[in-house]
Design a protein around this ligand. Structure first.
Ligand SMILES: [Fe+2]
Length: 278
């Protein structure tokens, strides 16, 4: 698999991020359970790529039209289904280095995916997984702009592995991506056969803790659309709707409550934060 490089200049994603930064970010509630165990993911493994201890930043996945999606990695033996829905896995008194992980989930056209499910699990500060309870396990959904945010600690090391966070990511009604996220500058990155520099997060110091970012690109086709359809037209996936737009769906009329790009899985009846029945 080729390794995408960041091109100079403004990318589509950069523009999208700028737009998102000024947009509304009300949470979108779509009822769905946590992931069931994904046995097939046990067989998948990313192709390890050698990298120095500081792992070149340029190969962090960058979303551009036509780019390869985020690579998958082995699930490992410590996944547990039915994690609680939560984005905060640690409190200020939790042992370890505080860590926030934020980012966006995109599809292949670099449009953000709302209501994507992310299920995180990781080791504690001592490198142990909680196999009896759900410490350091939780799932959450992206907001209307595809954003997620995780509050946790930097996972500890355990034999044979560098520091990593496991995650499953799934757009509504799409296949599950099982992968892992890594930290630059960890010496064990060079000796961990599963480590892949394409999955390095951007990490900066933030007070006594660390702030990491990562942008997922899911293997989900998206229609970039050509702007808003005529008012009153039937609802369509992949269109950029604006506040006040009206659509019909299942014979009912809905009015758009906030700008967003529509996706399969969050049709008007399923997305009350986006569409209000008339
Ligand atoms: Fe692990």
């Amino acid at each position: 698999m080729s390794v995408p490089e960041d091109p100079p200049g403004i990318t589509r994603k950069t523009l999208l991020k700028a737009a998102v930064a000024t947009g509304l970010a009300a949470p979108l509630v779509v009822a769905s359970g946590a992931f069931a165990k994904d046995a097939a993911a046990d067989e998948s493994r990313g192709e390890p790529v050698a990298a120095g201890p500081n792992g070149p930043r340029a190969i962090t996945p960058a979303c551009q039209d036509g780019d390869a999606p985020t690579i998958d990695q082995i699930e490992g033996p410590y996944f547990k289904p039915d994690s609680p829905e939560r984005s905060v896995l640690a409190t200020p008194s939790t042992p370890g280095t505080p860590l926030t992980v934020t980012g966006v989930v995109y599809g292949l056209s670099c449009l953000p995916i709302a209501a994507a499910l992310l299920d995180f699990w990781q080791a504690d500060d001592g490198g142990d997984y909680d196999m009896t309870g759900f410490n350091f396990r939780g799932h959450q959904y992206t907001d209307v702009n595809g954003n997620f945010a995780l509050t946790t600690i930097v996972p500890g090391l355990y034999p044979g592995r560098t520091k990593h966070i496991h995650v499953k990511v799934q757009a509504p009604n799409q296949p599950i991506l099982t992968t892992q996220l890594y930290f630059p500058g960890v010496p064990q990155n060079d000796t961990d056969s599963i480590f892949d520099a394409r999955l390095l997060m951007d990490v900066t110091q933030q007070g006594a803790g660390e702030a990491a970012t990562f942008e997922f690109v899911l293997n989900v086709d998206q229609d970039p659309g050509g702007g808003s359809p005529p008012p009153g037209a039937g609802w369509l996936a992949g269109h950029a709707y604006n506040t006040g737009d009206t659509v019909t769906y299942d014979g009912k009329t809905y009015i758009c409550l906030q700008p967003h790009t529509s996706q399969v899985g969050w049709e008007p009846p399923n997305a009350p934060s986006l569409w209000q029945a008339q």
